[in-house]
Design a binder for this molecule. Structure first.
Ligand code: SF4
Ligand code: SF4
Length: 484
């Protein structure tokens, strides 16, 4: 899908929200059925599926009318809409938005029927020993890792729920032989399948196999343009060389590739060189991961950036994003705030960890509303994580277990978890005073890591500088106490 087609579909989602907000349309959409049924109706509209009976024929004509009316009313060409919906991943995403609005109405930020994206920490096994590892990974499988049959059952539940994108992470997902079976099945459902990996195992034949089973995006971690810095962070000599080779092999196999860099005081001054390297390697995306002191990261808490340093990083990323040369993102929800300031000047909006929108001039006033729809931190609202044993958490970096897929049922937990429901209500966060709370919301994992409260302050932002200074002095006091 081209960028302009993507923007049109995103614009349509924004306008569908306005059209579908009324109670009559919401009750009609609820009657259309489950996420899978709605996805099929959208496929019929796009011309890639056939109705199997009279009911489907009738319902597909109804959904066609709603989509055609919305498209013409808001200047989206029907052809580009149908084109966008030919991708099964887009159909799954739009069905989820339709049902989210039908069930919850218009909310700020928007609540969804199922997570748009799930990150699955597929295994705890890993061949590296990274200092900032949130998973405390090791070379051996955890005793409670799911069996292959159990993993396939998890996938079946995600498919039924209508999850649009599934990212395999870990540990190192490529260390698990089950990965190849489960990822292939996931791609067959039409989900957007991606892999977050250290890249060291991606030999040319592995890259080709990833492409062949339907993986669409590979995100490879690289901490520095300097091999020695990366290797010392990753705990293994030669890790940088192999990761860079993994990037080249993935590109050569025709995969979309991103570089992920966890930004700390050690490497943040090297970011311009990292971005240069990302461009030389011709990757499609560069993502600066927000450092979160959880897992082994707790031991290097003093490496966290100050609010001022973090804004420097975000400004640098945003200027790259705006230049159009590199899709540069951050997992800090503050990136949405930084990007919002650029939208008025014709720049892009980056309201999630993985999407950017160039808002057409005639719809600039929609920019803020669309940002509030997507809403910055997605934990427990448009995204969640699953651990190697089937446990469900709001985010890979936020280690609070709210249920287990096999014991409690995925969708049941998504709809009924008390913590998830609290995370969806920004007016009860520490951030409730802030005008950006619906577009940013702060990183809930950082709030939990620093204050033990997932609704507490994220000490990253300009409003919380005093809190940051208090944290710095308390860390210094602890270090002095330990050294005596
Ligand atoms: S107070 Fe919260 S919502 Fe506002 S900018 Fe800071 S982290 Fe974001
Ligand atoms: S808690 Fe939210 S902002 Fe933080 S890493 Fe997770 S999804 Fe991103």
């Amino acid at each position: 899908m081209t960028e302009s087609e993507g923007v049109e579909v995103k614009r349509l989602v924004y306008f569908l929200r306005r059209v579908l907000g009324n109670p009559v349309t919401r009750s009609v959409v609820k009657k259309l059925g489950s996420p899978k049924q709605i996805t099929k109706l959208l496929g019929i509209y796009a011309g890639v599926e056939e109705p199997s009976n009279r009911r489907e024929r009738f319902l597909s004509s109804m959904i066609s009318k709603i989509l055609s009316m919305s498209a013409s009313k808001f200047g989206v060409s029907e052809e580009s809409l149908r084109n966008g919906l030919r991708d099964a991943y887009m159909r799954r995403g739009v069905a989820n938005v339709l049902l989210g609005i039908a069930y919850y109405g218009i909310t700020r930020p928007q609540k969804l029927y199922a997570p748009f994206m799930v990150v699955w920490d597929f295994t705890k096994r890993c061949n590296l020993k990274c200092k900032h590892c949130y998973a405390n990974a090791s070379p051996f499988p955890a005793p409670d890792e799911l069996t292959l049959d159990q993993k396939l059952e998890v996938l079946r539940q995600l498919d039924e729920a209508g999850v649009a994108a599934l990212s395999f992470s870990g540990g190192e997902p490529l260390m698990s032989p089950d990965f190849w079976v489960v990822a292939r099945e996931a791609a067959k459902t039409g989900m957007y399948v991606s892999v977050a990996t250290n890249g060291t195992l991606i030999r040319p034949e592995v890259a080709r196999r990833l492409k062949e089973i339907g993986v669409r995006y590979v995100e490879i971690s690289l901490d520095s343009p300097n091999p020695e810095v990366h290797d010392s962070f990753r705990g293994i000599r030669g890790a940088w060389e192999r990761a860079v080779q993994g990037i080249k092999n993935s590109k050569a196999a025709g995969l979309e590739v991103g570089i992920a860099t966890t930004v700390t005081k050690i490497n943040y001054k090297q970011l311009p060189d990292m971005i240069r390297l990302a461009k030389e390697l011709r990757v499609d995306r560069f993502i600066a991961f927000n450092f979160i002191p959880t897992g082994r990261g707790k031991e290097i808490v003093e490496m966290d950036l100050s609010p001022k340093e973090r804004y420097e990083v975000l400004d640098l990323l945003y200027s790259e994003l705006s230049s159009g040369q590199l899709q540069a993102f951050s997992t800090s929800p503050l990136y949405a705030v930084v990007s919002l300031r650029g939208v008025d000047k014709g720049g892009k909006l980056a309201p999630t960890h993985f999407a950017d929108l160039r808002i057409p001039e005639e719809y600039l006033s929609a920019g803020f509303a669309l940002g509030e729809f997507l809403g910055g931190c997605g934990a427990g609202r448009i995204y969640c994580s699953i651990e190697h044993n089937g446990n469900i958490q709001p985010c890979v970096f936020l280690p609070i277990v709210v249920g287990n897929v096999l014991k409690d049922g995925f969708l049941n937990v998504w709809h009924n978890s008390e913590l998830f429901n609290r995370l969806r209500d920004r007016d009860h966060y520490y951030c409730s005073f802030c005008p950006y709370r619906y577009i940013c919301g702060g990183c809930r994992a950082r709030a939990y890591a620093y204050y033990g409260d997932p609704l507490g302050p994220d000490p990253s932002c300009e409003f919380n500088e005093k809190l940051w200074e208090e944290l710095v002095s308390s860390v210094k006091e602890e270090q002095i106490a330990v050294s005596h």
